[in-house]
Ligand binder design. Structure first.
Ligand code: FAD
Length: 689
């Protein structure tokens, strides 16, 4: 029709759940022209995911909204395991910490997905013009393969359809006597078929002039959940299996005499199934309840109409017996069938990407899906920004699949083990092979906790992780993510920082700002704004030899030919692509910022020297001593240098002044700017301290 609009964008995101919002959030900081659409008319308001791992909170903090989550959420400190004794009576058999102590400055919390989506929307709006366009869904996708490698082209054409308000509102199932008017999540459950086709059909029937538009995009990110339309368009599928176990979920304010209702609990009954308790914000408690009575239904098509809050509550009461449980208020409920599936392909020619539930689905009990989905696009977002803004080669984008597919596979394997232990009946004794040994269950919980925290993520060798060993070849050519790290060998010396692990996220300890003595957790300095960091652990700068090394590095970095200047354009500030952060180990009071080379504290004509980048490992007035050198395993005399990616993962560790190796590392994937930032320091000559 004549009112059909046409437009071009750098990135079109399909789906505004956690994965899509994290993508938009990154791009909102990087100045990338982005649109994000979702077929639903509103964001979700209750139910759905709620658990946030400590790594996810670190990521939120790097975007400045972790404090909102931290304040509103329920904090989970302890896990209690309840099991039947010899007489079949439930007792508290074990207690373990919910988050492994000292792995992060955050611990696991719970807050429902609707609030988390709210924080994303606010954060995106604060940093950009990007707004989620609701009631909009794609109906066709064309890809011009011949343009895939030509960076300035728009190889993807998508037709978008605008839905009416009614079409964009999910249907609710009829509820029980106990549950009239309660929101349910069945429309998003895997017990329900996908409604994408129906929605498109109704919308086409109601076709109004101007209700479609064509968008040309450089990149598309499919964050459209487990039924992913984008994935189907690419002809990709998820591989894996479903089990027969059906679980119900109730978000209620419980009325009960069970003493651990405000603890996270795993409860195994003798033969009525298992139950998991997740204490939530606002007195809510989420119960995950195994529905043993529906087992017969599974395998065939599950009859949704047989599942309602009454049925789920009755199962919970059987499991908890002799404790009593009921409720007056139910916030939300749903049911799902356990299954684990993972996609074999995460992108089409690094132009159309898939992320989140679109490439991995599993059971929700381990509280992983939302976290891993957001972490997928936390990995992808900065890479897209770096390529679109012309800082990095397109080949960088291959590291998305090489890094995230293995995580998805690990997640599926983890969930498979965890679910089996959860859904199984407790063993009666050691000879009972069909039953689940409770020692094994506890062991899995303890081990699973490290995985579940998100801290254990360890990316393999690639052009952006200068590790020993070979890159992970997934049989699809991703081995060339090695880049020039292989050709020219940008080598790390991990022994210089024995507790910083290449490929993992930078651990955090407190350091003091040299200029104002304020303590900071080191990670707080690693904001997600697209910058790489060169962290100079300058060592003992009172030693003249060491001071000379530091000055030597400063001189090299300041040369017009240095990697920092080559990769930064003349229109940007010198710290906007690669930022130098310094942590020295001399006493704070014996040193001042002007003892360090000017490039460690770049000068701006309007704001003078930057006092935020030089820190010291010393005692604070009120918060103790962070002992960063000791905790990182760095020699306090000689120091070392660490290169950290824009997503806080460690790329390279080497000698403090080895600028040649640093240069070699960055040359593997960075692009020289046509008009580079070649001028030497801007400061007036009389201020060049
Ligand atoms: P979704 O959240 O599914 O978002 C997809 C979005 O795309 C939706 O907004 C949808 O409307 C939109 N969309 C779909 N198709 C189209 C289309 N064709 N066009 C336009 N838009 C489209 N995870 C945890 O980490 N912790 C938990 O505690 C947890 N608990 C859970 C409890 C339950 C009961 C359930 C069901 C899930 C739970 N999960 C949990 C999993 C978590 O909800 C998902 O893994 C997560 O939401 C996936 O995020 P996503 O952005 O990939 O997909």
């Amino acid at each position: 029709t004549s009112s059909e609009k046409e437009g071009k964008v750098d990135v079109l995101i399909i789906g505004a759940g956690p994965a899509g919002l994290m993508t938009a959030n990154w791009l909102s900081r990087l100045g990338v022209k982005t649109r994000i659409v979702d077929k639903r008319g509103t964001k979700i308001f209750n139910g759905q995911a709620d658990g946030l791992q400590c790594r996810t909170l670190e990521i939120f903090d790097s975007f400045d909204f972790a404090q909102r989550v931290w304040r509103e959420s329920n904090h989970m400190l302890e896990i209690n395991l309840w099991n039947p004794d010899a007489d079949g009576k439930l007792f508290r058999s074990d207690t373990i910490p919910d988050t492994i102590p000292n792995i992060s400055r955050f611990q696991q919390v719970v807050l429902h997905q609707g609030r988390i989506e709210r924080f994303f929307l606010d954060s995106i709006a604060e940093h950009s013009e990007i707004r989620v366009e609701r009631g909009v869904m794609p109906e066709s996708l064309e890809f011009d393969d011949s343009k895939a490698e030509d960076e300035d082209t728009y190889p993807i054409k998508i037709q978008l359809r605008h839905l009416s308000e009614e079409e964009a509102t999910p249907k609710q199932s009829a509820t029980s006597s106990n549950g009239a008017g309660i929101q349910d999540g069945l429309f998003r459950s895997n017990l329900t078929g996908d409604d994408t086709g129906d929605l498109l059909n109704t919308a086409r029937l109601a076709d109004k002039a101007g209700s479609t538009e064509i968008v040309e995009a450089k990149y598309v990110v499919g964050c459209d959940g487990a039924h992913s339309w984008v994935r189907n368009q690419l002809g990709y599928s998820l591989r894996g299996e479903s089990t027969d176990f059906i679980w119900g979920v109730l978000d209620i304010i419980p009325i009960t005499d069970f003493p651990d209702i405000r603890m996270r609990c795993a409860i195994h009954s003798v033969n009525s199934g298992s139950l998991m308790v997740i204490p939530r914000e606002n007195k809510l408690v989420r119960l995950y309840i195994q529905l043993t009575t529906t087992d017969k239904l599974a395998g065939t098509k599950v009859d949704r109409s047989k599942i309602n809050p009454d049925v789920i509550l009755a199962s919970a009461q059987r499991i908890l017996h002799p404790y009593k449980l009921t409720y007056r208020y139910c916030d939300w409920w749903t049911a799902y069938q356990i299954g684990q599936r993972v996609g074999d392909n995460f992108s089409l020619r690094e132009r159309v990407f898939l992320a989140g539930d679109a490439v991995h689905t599993h059971s929700p009990k381990a509280g992983q899906g939302m976290n891993v989905s957001m972490q997928d696009t936390y990995n992808l977002g900065w890479k897209l920004g770096a390529v679109i803004n012309g800082y990095c080669d397109r080949s960088l984008l291959k590291t998305y699949q090489s890094e995230r597919r293995r995580i998805a596979q690990d997640l599926i394997d983890f969930d498979h083990r965890f679910s089996r232990l959860f859904s199984g009946r407790p063993a009666k004794d050691v000879m009972d092979e069909e039953g689940i040994s409770m020692a094994e269950f506890k062991d899995a919980f303890v081990k699973g906790n490290m995985f579940a925290s998100g801290i254990a993520v360890d990316y393999g060798k690639s052009m952006i992780v200068a590790k020993e060993g070979s890159a992970e070849d997934q049989g699809d050519g991703t081995a060339d993510v090695l880049g020039s790290a292989k050709r020219e060998g940008a080598q790390s010396k991990p022994e210089l920082a024995t507790d910083i692990k290449l490929g993992t996220r930078m651990p955090s300890f407190k350091v003091l700002n040299q200029s104002d003595a304020r303590p900071w957790h080191f990670q707080e300095l690693l904001k997600s704004n697209g910058r790489w960091r060169l962290v100079v652990f300058a060592g003992d700068v009172l030693d003249p030899k060491q001071a000379e090394r530091v000055q030597g590095l400063g001189n090299q970095l300041n040369k017009p030919s240095s990697f920092i200047r080559r990769y930064t354009s003349h229109s940007q500030s010198l710290d906007s692509v690669i930022e130098v952060l310094t942590v020295h180990s001399s006493p704070r009071k014996d040193v001042d910022v002007f003892d360090f080379p000017p490039i460690f504290r770049p000068f701006s004509a309007t704001e003078g020297w930057d006092y935020g980048k030089i820190c010291v490992d010393d005692e604070s007035y009120h918060e103790g001593h962070g002992e960063a050198y000791k905790n990182y395993g760095i020699d306090p005399k000689a120091g070392c240098a660490v290169i950290i990616r824009p997503d806080q993962y460690v790329s390279w560790v080497g000698e403090m002044d080895d600028h040649e190796m640093m240069d070699r590392f960055f040359s593997g994937f960075m692009r020289e700017q046509k008009e580079s930032n070649a001028q030497t320091i801007d400061a007036p000559a009389d201020m060049l301290g």
